[in-house]
Design a protein around this ligand. Structure first.
Ligand SMILES: [Zn+2]
Length: 262
């Protein structure tokens, strides 16, 4: 378990399954202890015991089993409140409170903003608190979720919302996929110096069995292939090389398709 300080809460990062991360959000000024995307109830229970606290909430980003499998057992154990997307309420186990973009769930001591970041699935949401982003499978370290349910247009809109967050926003995504993602990034963005230093740094980090997550919005904008279409120079270079239309959506769509085949 790794822990990070924010103004109103601490974040505890728990590795689970093969490459998932589960996050516990521990409010500093209340008894709120919320878990984001509990893939596995047992590791969450162990972490609660270690903190000596009761679980009060489950925050789900989307319905996939490796984000919701612990819902039922945790609800039974703690009688906690389950929050998920109104647009996906039928697929979120044990959901109590349905939220959507611009609805602000009141959890004592936390300021939570909901963003609709559909694309990987429909009804995929992200939770923003202070300078922390819990984005599930929408954005990864140097990657983004596959488009299982949404369209490229939808995903590109979602990623633009994430790219518009303040640079120092910490990106708490749900998987450790960074190194394989960076190999694709190097293929399509070979003259990017910030990318080179990230590859060096994150490779060292993984050799020490440490997480490369959280990253930051600034780092993702500079090195993540799926946020690079926010940069006009990148659009021009990529579109010219691939003989495609010189606009952000076409470049994003081409990148996503190329990664799926890579
Ligand atoms: Zn997923």
């Amino acid at each position: 378990m790794w822990s990070y300080q924010h103004q109103h809460f601490n974040v505890h990062q728990i590795p689970a399954l093969n490459d998932n991360y589960i996050y516990l959000i521990e409010a500093k000024n209340s008894d709120i202890l919320a878990v984001v995307d509990p893939a596995d109830a047992s590791v969450v229970n162990q972490a609660c015991a270690r903190l000596g606290k009761s679980l009060t909430h489950i925050l789900n980003t989307h319905h996939h089993w490796d984000h919701t499998d612990g819902n039922k057992a945790l609800k039974q154990r703690w009688n906690c409140t389950v929050i998920g997307a109104a647009d996906d309420a039928k697929r979120i186990p044990c959901i109590d409170i349905q939220v959507s973009e611009n609805v602000f769930p009141k959890l004592d001591g936390l300021n939570i903003q909901i963003l609709d970041v559909s694309g990987h699935t429909l009804g995929h949401i992200a939770y923003v608190m202070d300078n922390a982003l819990f984005c599930g499978d929408a954005l990864f370290g140097a990657g983004c979720g596959r488009l299982f349910e949404g369209s490229p247009e939808q995903m590109w809109q979602s990623l633009q919302k994430l790219g518009a967050l303040p640079d120092n926003t910490q990106v708490y995504c749900a998987h450790e996929y960074t190194l394989p993602n960076l190999r694709f990034a190097r293929d399509i963005d070979s003259n990017n110096k910030e990318l080179e230093s990230r590859i060096h740094r994150d490779t060292q980090t993984r050799m020490k069995k440490q997480p490369t997550i959280p990253s930051s919005i600034a780092l993702e904008k500079a090195t993540n292939p799926f946020l690079r279409p926010l940069n006009d120079t990148f659009i021009h270079t990529y579109a010219t090389a691939k003989h495609i239309e010189e606009n952000a959506l076409d470049v994003f769509t081409h990148l996503r398709t190329s990664k799926d085949r890579w």
